[in-house]
Design a protein around this ligand. Sequence first.
Ligand code: SAM
Length: 332
Amino acid sequence: MTCLIDNFQRRINYLRISVTDHCNLRCIYCTAHLVPRLRHDDILRYEEIERIVRVAVSLGISSLRLTGGEPLMRPHLEALVEILKKIDGINDISMTTNAITLARHAQSLADAGLDRVNISLDTLKEDKFKYMTGRGNLSDVYKGIEAAQKAGLAPVKINTVMLAGINDDEILDFAAKTRDEGWNVRFIEYMPFSDEGCGNNRFSANQTVSDARIKEVITASMGELTPVMPSKGKGPAKYYKLPGASGSIGFIGAVTDCFCADCNRMRLTADGRLRPCLLDDEEVDIKTPMREGITDEGIKELMNQAVNMKHEKHRLDEQILPSSRQMWQIGG
Ligand code: SAM
């Protein structure tokens, strides 16, 4: 089988698929309220996603993640999971969700073949949850977490973005959840996006709370963090445990601890663009050629073209920020 290997000898075997740009939350650091949503026709249909994945599998893609927008806003997501799960060569399907409606879907998604979920949650305080998400109830997220655990969508990982002066007073509360309730919490560094052309991003790099700072806060009050061996999972997180904790604390230092050297991923946006790097604006349109009748060989060429566009690493330190899309338009 020919594989997707980029110019830096990285093998790409993981595709993140954004199934919609719609979201039921309006997170203060993620959403551009003023940017119009995609039209129904502009969004990839399930059979188009299936075809792209089939071709990607023939090039060595074996893991998929569904994201958005909010993936659960896409009607009948279970049907897509079922279709993708049947593709020979796919051995892991996960989803990133805000879990607002997960309680209703966890079991049917698991039955359809979803393997696991990551749940985004930035605060454990009801009032702040409303403030940070613009709407939504924290209790729904808790119900979603419970339902995911019950449905066996394991391990359930909680992804948390700390913003200086907004929720970084809750670092210890999240860490305590790994000890007291066995949660697996991952702190993801806030990545600055430019607001040129893609909305009203109100936050800058100054708001990023570094992994080093979070570790310092945790160890100062809760004891040493012991690396989980192997400390790195399949993705970019480095994992640790607190004394006596059954759950883990992961750190995804996207900004201060660049992990691009190990990048194995490519993204597909809801409107059918292959995006080789989250933090770079370059993309390859795959939807238009597909709708104009491109062959599978042609799709393979576009995939190789996208992979060859991957830079060695992101260029945030050179102030080159993604500007054509916000995170909700890419999928994180
Ligand atoms: N709606 C789904 C969810 O909430 O998980 C999937 C899409 S959301 C864009 C995916 C993740 O990106 C969320 O965990 C969110 O916190 C994170 N995110 C959004 N903007 C970010 C930024 N600028 N830096 C780091 N993470 C960000």
